[in-house]
Design a protein around this ligand. Structure first.
Ligand code: SF4
Ligand code: FES
Length: 247
């Protein structure tokens, strides 16, 4: 198929960006969206132009780096997939595709489609872990029994890949689906209860400090999340925070 691409180009964080139009031809419907971007970049390099900068690593829906806003949707028109898993068969010959970086105050643009999501790292560092004593007296994991339902819900929450689509889709640029998932994956397990009070307080405080907005229950985050993280996790985080504040 032949396509017209309108892509956000921005030299660096201090330079104003703009949409630039490109044409790509002979794109196979079996290509992934990133492979189509590779074709464009090869074309740009071969004609002495600067390729479009975009983030990617695993190209199999695991690392969460390939964040792009495609035709007004985070990760594009398909459901339950990241940009690297999006296939060109979702588009038609002759289509015009608009490609922009994720936009949020807490995700400043670094270059073209790459944004700085280190705010997520700082939220994780504020409490998204369990302190484990590894000085020779570790407990066998099987010694701590976990109810099956809790284990399943914790595992579902742990599938969050930190891509930031929830933030990009939210009119308030709220990170509550991400933080809710990270709080929940520990809150549901006995191992996570020990530091639960400090964890939720510190992660929510860091989230606010980074400039993310509040949740107003629109639910766009849940729809656009490539990992199907449920809004239930936001409710659980709010309950955890209330409990922690009363402690
Ligand atoms: S909650 Fe979903 S959309 Fe948000 S960072 Fe995690 S995987 Fe991405
Ligand atoms: S490149 Fe890793 S999730 Fe897309």
């Amino acid at each position: 198929m032949n396509l017209t691409l309108k892509i956000w180009r921005q030299k660096d964080a201090d330079t104003k960006g703009q949409m630039i139009e490109y044409k790509v031809t002979e794109i196979s419907e079996h290509m992934s969206f990133l492979e189509m971007m590779d074709v464009l970049n090869e074309q740009l390099v071969n004609t002495g132009k600067e390729p479009v900068a975009f983030d990617h690593d695993c190209r199999e829906g695991i690392c969460g780096t390939c964040s792009m806003y495609i035709n007004g949707e985070a990760h594009g028109p398909d459901r339950g997939v990241t940009t690297c898993q999006l296939h060109m068969r979702m588009f038609n010959d002759g289509d015009t595709i608009t490609i922009e970086p994720f936009r949020a105050k807490a995700f400043p643009v670094i270059k073209d489609l790459i944004v700085d999501r280190s705010s997520f790292e700082r939220i994780q560092q504020a409490g998204g872990y369990i302190s484990v004593n590894t000085s020779g007296n570790t407990t066998d994991a099987n010694d701590i029994l976990v109810p099956k339902d809790n284990a399943d819900e914790a595992m579902d929450a742990a599938t969050c890949i930190g891509c930031g689509a929830c933030v990009a889709s939210c009119k308030n640029a709220s990170a509550m689906l991400f933080v809710g998932a990270k709080v929940s994956q520990f809150a549901l397990l006995p191992q996570g209860r020990i530091e639960a009070t400090d964890r939720v307080k510190n992660m929510v405080a860091q989230m606010d400090l980074e400039g993310f907005g509040n949740c107003t229950n629109t639910g766009a985050c849940e729809i656009e999340c490539p990992k199907g993280i449920s809004l239930e996790n936001i409710a659980r985080m709010n309950r955890e925070l209330m409990k922690a504040q009363l402690d």
